[in-house]
Design a protein around this ligand. Sequence first.
Ligand code: DGT
Ligand code: CA
Ligand code: CA
Ligand code: ZN
Length: 560
Amino acid sequence: MARANEEAAAALQEYAELFALTGGDAFRVRSYQKAAKAIAGYPDDIAAVDVRAVPGVGEAIAKKMEEFLQRGSFRQLDDLRGRVPDGVRRLTRVPSLGPKTAIMLFEDFGIDSPVALGEAIAAGRLDGVKGLGPKTLANLAKGIEQLEQSGRRVHIGVAMALAEQVMGSLEAERIGYAGSLRRMKDTIGDIDILAVADESIMTAFRAQPYVAEVIAAGDKKTSVRTTSGMQVDLQVVPAGSWGAAMQYFTGSKEHNVAIREMAVKKGWKLSEYGLFDGERVIAAESEEEIYAALGMQFVPPPMREDGGEVQAALRGELPALLQLADLRGDLHTHTDLTDGIASLEDMVAAGAARGYSYYAVTDHAPDLAMQRMTLDKALEQRERVAALQPRHPGMRILHGTELNIAPDGSVDWPGEVLRTFDVCVASVHSHFSMPRDEMTRRFIAACENPYVDIIGHPTTRKIGKREPVDADWDAIFRAAARTGTAMEIDSYPDRSDLPSDLVRLAKHHGVKFSVDSDSHAIPHLAHQRFGVGIAQRAWLTADDVINAWPLDRLLAFLGR
Ligand code: DGT
Ligand code: CA
Ligand code: CA
Ligand code: ZN
């Protein structure tokens, strides 16, 4: 039921962008954006309740949303869509390209798309143009390249929501997703769905409203492009081959090659239909039987990347991977005191409803000026936390903060303030493109701060939008291990930060991790499932993850 919310929020977000493009008041732009976020994150279907119940939605926005729910758009949006040429809108999708420059490029040079801009830069047509120095042009070229790459893959949050929508829309005896999504990769090229079902599922699939284009249609396999641009492959498999098909189509290709070699060594053959000795079926119905027949432990899908898991499984030495149910709390969350949309009371209650033993509230600290935070506000919040605690006897509420790591590695407050917080997350929110050695020193200094417990979303990347910062991660992880500073696995799916390859490297250095949701709304708390996927891809166990520990052990780690 969140669909109406997402579509309405997308329309309002588009309106905010167009409003900004046409020189609209920045304060109003921010209020539209904030309301759009609130609507997207609102737990109830806004088509079923009064949209004025959503925080940040006043009368003017409510009217727009009501018109949108009726006819899929609103007058002011239609107006602005008519006034801003498509070319200008396409150009502003390039990261770091602002509205003024987009309008100038469109009007003075006839450039109307990122591709045309790339060609103009490569041909030197923009050299010497006022306001576009060589560094700016190089940045734009990099942004165009990022945009092209991001057009091909989406982050796991988008893909998972679509896969769940597709599976919910079809009737089948059995249905599940395979491919990179099942392996919990942070970006997904296309969605692979397998079903045990009547062949009529194919016609039903092609007729779904989310299908924009049928790429290939058959009795056993259909590929479509959805309205969001993603490709979805649906295959019907025989019930008796479910496990073999899942194993085959989950991949990775490299893992499957290694597994097939194991079969060949035994004189057998492994295909998407089963494991065979000549004509005789050895195993086919479940993945567990197939791995067992090959003389190895069951390999959890996130580990299937040919990164040593086959050898470990043959020796019976796969680690006991962290599971979602192992997490006992969340150590990075926001409220409406800064940029969250739900109140402290509601966020804490939602944490308690998830059965947590502890829950940290970590609103932004003052140096992120946009959030207008002050020490007084933080201390007032602490009082509210104390008042709230008795209502949740089974869950310890930790009063924390998300600090900003300045270019020199210092943070917002001095030690005597920091030590009064139960937990300090410290993150980079500005100056993303410092030289590598300065960036490395910056992170090491933050780790060396005795009150910094966790480095938040360490690489600061946003998938498809912002590249990771450049730093010497070996050196940073050594410092984190030495100082007892945990690295965050920020589970917010467009961040997925640290990514799994860096988690694996950090673990090698002896670092501990915190798998956090970085929630700004109640539904975001569930994003921890994606962080657990990253942890599993990096072979983490519950012992590696501080918020899988009991409260006592966590508090000892935090050392307050
Ligand atoms: P993606 O979609 O780029 O995020 O990555 P995957 O891993 O989902 O790749 P995809 O969709 O091309 O194929 C899904 C899985 O199916 C893949 O991991 C292994 C298996 N598979 C597909 N085609 C072939 C093939 O031609 N040979 C082999 N060995 N395996 C294949
Ligand atoms: Ca795929
Ligand atoms: Ca595929
Ligand atoms: Zn942050």
